[in-house]
Design a protein around this ligand. Structure first.
Ligand SMILES: Cc1cc2nc3c(=O)[nH]c(=O)nc-3n(C[C@H](O)[C@H](O)[C@H](O)COP(=O)(O)OP(=O)(O)OC[C@H]3O[C@@H](n4cnc5c(N)ncnc54)[C@H](O)[C@@H]3O)c2cc1C
Length: 498
């Protein structure tokens, strides 16, 4: 409750800032109106504007666009892009609004292009190609596809949006079997900076196809994702949690699991050292164990299953069920940082201990009930990029250059107010820096930052490696020679700010 109220106050304050400087920079909105899009433009006093700004997942994500435009179809996106590209205004693109840092997918003094009306989800039963607009969330996509016996490699939290997830990589329960979400996009429909609409796939505009698999919104606006679907079968698993004292045993199993996952790619594991006072007063080790083929309690989790739990919700269920069972609630102020490490017991153990220390310190500066943390490890064994991604045409993430079995690490904190966010942010960035320093000293740092988890101060695109950066820049130059999608988008991760 407190978080929603403070989000409204913050949003109102930002609206005022936006209004006061509006006169100088209304270029984009005026150009949209002149292009005949008035019915789809929302200004700060409009109910639709207020509702769309309130629909971002993180309370720190909404900014103060001069106007929001909600195109209804690809032809309108073409008009929108042409109008804004030819105007003096800046813009940003927003799909599901789950970008967690300020500036990820909203803008001050510019236009937010909101793709929320692109809600189509269909599947061709013959080709098993699912065509998905950037507007819905994954829960809706899964429910729609399941009704037709199909499934795709989408997000694990059903609230997450399509556009950011798929253009940033996309780690799902199916990654071991199918590669990243982006690897499963067989065709992107894209509106380019000059207003042309093109398809990008293995045969047509294949360089753009590859660049969009990890390169985010640097090349255009994706108006449809055609994904290779597969037959939906019930999966098994869910959430469990153990007392912190079992951490070392669980870390040992996390490392074993990661190193052996190539033999059982249908199994997925997440290990999360978390302080969540709404559920437990102490730090616990939460685990998500999933078998996407539906095997009950498969051998890969045999040792983990022996750890005594304080919570266990392991069952046979649909993808849409698991994706809606543990939704991370919207409305908090959030800070996320992400790094990648070699799967090394000592590194994980050290970082978990640093997290313990950080939570102890935070308890001296914030009310115990006002914050949550997650210190979360996800296996990224080498076979995923080398076998799965490459077999599907490759992407620009650069993970195929990582020879080690790695762990994707995410540290998050969620608080109630902007003031608390200012307090907590240095703790998270320092924990990130200390973890990186320790892993480096141990020779276990992997120079890769996952764009979809990174803070705005991090540099994920650069971490893809020089070859991929050059490739993405060449592709951007070819399809957007005036660099509209870099120069006029002031937030988000952009190639010109690497
Ligand atoms: C609660 C929660 C759970 C999550 N779980 C997972 C998970 O399981 N696995 C995982 O990999 N990630 C996960 N994430 C991270 C998630 O993938 C990113 O936040 C992602 O950006 C969300 O996509 P979105 O469309 O909602 O983002 P938005 O905030 O709408 O957009 C993010 C970025 O993508 C760009 N973009 C969006 N749509 C388009 C488009 N159509 N064309 C071009 N550019 C576009 C935007 O301009 C922006 O830069 C999670 C995030 C949250 C908050």
């Amino acid at each position: 409750m407190i978080s929603k109220a403070s989000a409204c106050v913050a949003t109102a304050a930002l609206l005022f800032q936006g209004l006061s400087s509006a006169a100088a920079t209304t270029g984009g909105c005026q150009a949209l109106a002149a292009a005949g899009l008035s019915s789809q433009i929302y200004y700060p006093a409009d109910a639709n504007y207020i509702a769309r700004e309130a629909s971002y997942w993180a309370a720190n994500a909404p900014l103060s666009p001069l106007c929001i435009v909600q195109p209804r179809n690809t032809a309108e996106v073409q008009k929108v892009v042409k109008a804004i590209a030819g105007s003096s205004g800046n813009f940003t693109v927003r799909s599901g609004g789950h970008g967690h840092w300020r500036g990820a997918s909203d803008i001050h003094n510019g236009v937010t292009i909101d793709l929320g009306l692109f809600t189509d989800v269909t599947v061709d039963k013959k080709t098993m190609i699912a065509s998905i607009g950037p507007g819905p969330n994954w829960a809706t996509v899964f429910k729609t596809l399941e009704a037709q016996g199909a499934m795709v490699a989408g997000g694990r939290d059903g609230g997450v949006g399509i556009g950011g997830f798929l253009t940033g990589g996309g780690n799902s329960y199916y990654t071991g079997m199918q590669g990243f979400g982006a690897d499963n996009v067989v065709n992107f429909e894209v509106v380019l900076a000059d207003g042309r609409v093109v398809n990008a796939n293995a045969k047509t505009n294949s360089d753009l196809w590859k660049a969009l698999k990890g390169g985010s919104g640097n090349f255009g606006i994706v108006t449809r994702f055609d994904m290779q679907a597969f037959t939906a079968v019930p999966l098994w698993g869910g959430l469990s949690a153990a007392e912190r004292k079992y951490g070392d045993t669980i870390i040992t199993e996390l490392i074993n699991f990661t190193n052996n996952n190539a033999k059982n790619p249908e199994d997925a594991l997440i290990v999360n050292f978390t302080y969540n006072p709404g559920m437990f007063t102490e730090i616990v080790v939460a685990m998500v164990t999933v078998d996407v083929k539906g095997a009950v309690a498969p051998p890969a989790f045999e040792q983990i299953a022996k750890v005594p739990t304080v919570l266990a919700d392991l069952t046979t269920r649909s993808m849409s069920n698991i994706a809606t069972s543990y939704l991370l609630a919207p409305g908090s102020q959030n800070v996320w940082y992400s790094l990648t490490f070699r799967a090394d017991r000592d590194i994980v153990s050290h970082i978990a201990a640093l997290h313990d220390e950080m939570v102890a310190k935070l308890l001296t500066v914030l009310p115990a009930a006002d914050f949550t943390t997650q210190c979360l490890f996800q296996p990224i064994p080498a076979y995923i990029a080398q076998d799965r991604s490459n077999a599907k045409g490759g992407n620009v993430l650069g993970l195929d250059a990582v020879k080690d079995n790695a762990l994707l690490w995410l540290i998050t904190a969620a608080v109630q107010t902007e003031e608390q966010l200012a307090i907590i942010t240095p703790y998270i960035s320092e924990l990130s820096a200390a973890s990186n320093a320790y892993a480096k000293a141990k020779g276990g740092a992997v120079d890769w930052v996952y764009l979809n988890y990174a803070d705005g101060s991090q540099n994920p695109l650069a971490s893809y490696g020089a070859k991929n950066v050059k490739f993405m820049k060449d592709v951007a130059k070819k399809y957007d020679p005036k660099a509209i999608f870099q120069n006029k988008v002031t937030g988000a991760f952009r190639l010109n700010r690497i």
